[in-house]
Ligand binder design. Structure first.
Ligand SMILES: Nc1nc2c(ncn2[C@@H]2O[C@H](COP(=O)(O)OP(=O)(O)OP(=O)(O)O)[C@@H](O)[C@H]2O)c(=O)[nH]1
Ligand SMILES: [Mg+2]
Length: 295
């Protein structure tokens, strides 16, 4: 059997987390239209036709504005050192700019078999797809080229069959019934963060961290207490909203997903606290579980 690791890398918003979830048929990573949604590596273990493929979603490579950003880039670089091959996700609807160039440089330095996955073809016509693929072929000598849609799951069988060919022979790394090695509390914190990303604008999503401080079970339901951290008083006001309306909306949306994840009813309390400049404090970044690479 074949068994090995595949990194999903690319610039923010390319659709890496959407692809991870689609390949796994389960929502492991949060997704949003805002860049820099993913802040840490997230693994999905897929048993495919007697083989085991371990996908690792990574934070989108970008020009960092703070410690959190540079740790996220480092985390991606560190993932690339521990895998057998890379899926380079390119947003077919996006432009090739400085960030994309920087991302491509980082990937090419890994010197691993790399597939170019031209994503979002559901939003492109045939000519656009061919033009983009031709342009990418000139930029770097990728091992394989796949036009795909993480949204409609186009071309997945072809992609997975080819992937298996590139992986080494070996025993599985994880038990067959294991899908993810993410701690449950981290997945819950991420669900809450996703709802904040979807419900708020401008700097609020980026300034938000979430930790689950308490998780208990009382025979009928889970009780969860989460702490949301922001950097400024004004951001706290936005997340709470008028008479707590925004917070209620976030709790309502998060609770639904959390109950699916836990397979049981859940009660969720969220508290919001200001932690100034946490994105520039290593201790806090580590405590919240983001960009965990040691320096
Ligand atoms: N039309 C279309 N949209 C997609 C596709 N894949 C992802 N998206 C959208 O692109 C946006 C970004 O998706 P994510 O999966 O969060 O992107 P990401 O690469 O993980 O981004 P970061 O975590 O910020 O690095 C979301 O709004 C997705 O719904 C696709 O195949 N087609
Ligand atoms: Mg992501």
């Amino acid at each position: 059997m074949k068994s090995g690791f595949v990194a999903l890398a690319g610039r923010p918003n390319a659709g890496k987390s959407t692809l991870l979830n689609a390949l796994m048929n389960e929502k492991l990573a949060i997704v949003s239209p805002k860049p820099q949604t993913t802040r840490s590596e997230i693994r999905g273990i897929l048993n495919y036709q007697g083989n085991q493929i371990i996908f690792t979603d990574t934070p989108g490579i970008h020009k960092p504005q703070d410690r959190l950003g540079s740790r996220m880039n480092k985390q991606t670089a560190s993932v690339l050192q521990g895998v057998d091959m890379i899926y380079y996700l390119a947003d077919g609807t996006g432009r090739f700019d400085d960030t994309e160039e920087m991302t491509l440089r980082m990937i090419s330095q890994a010197k691993l078999p790399t597939f170019l996955l031209l994503n979002k073809i559901d939003a492109m016509n045939k000519k656009q797809i061919i033009d983009k693929l031709t342009a990418w072929q000139k930029r770097f000598d990728f091992a394989e080229y796949f036009p795909i849609s993480a949204l409609t799951q186009e071309n997945f069988t072809d992609l997975l069959d080819t992937t298996v060919k590139y992986l080494p022979e070996g025993d599985p790394f994880y038990p067959e019934d294991m899908v993810s090695d993410e701690p449950e509390q981290f997945r819950i914190a991420e669900i809450i963060r996703e709802k904040i990303l979807l419900c708020t604008e401008q700097e609020v999503p980026h300034a938000t961290a979430v930790i689950v401080e308490e998780m208990t079970w009382d025979d009928k339901k889970y009780y969860l207490r989460a702490l949301v951290l922001v950097e400024k008083q004004g951001q706290k006001g936005i997340i709470i909203g008028k008479n707590g309306s925004m917070l209620q909306k976030i709790i309502y949306m998060a609770k639904k997903d959390i109950e699916v994840l836990l397979g049981a009813p859940a009660e969720l309390d969220i508290f919001v606290r200001v932690e100034e400049e946490w994105r520039n404090k290593d201790k806090q970044i580590r405590e919240y579980g983001y960009g965990l690479t040691d320096e």
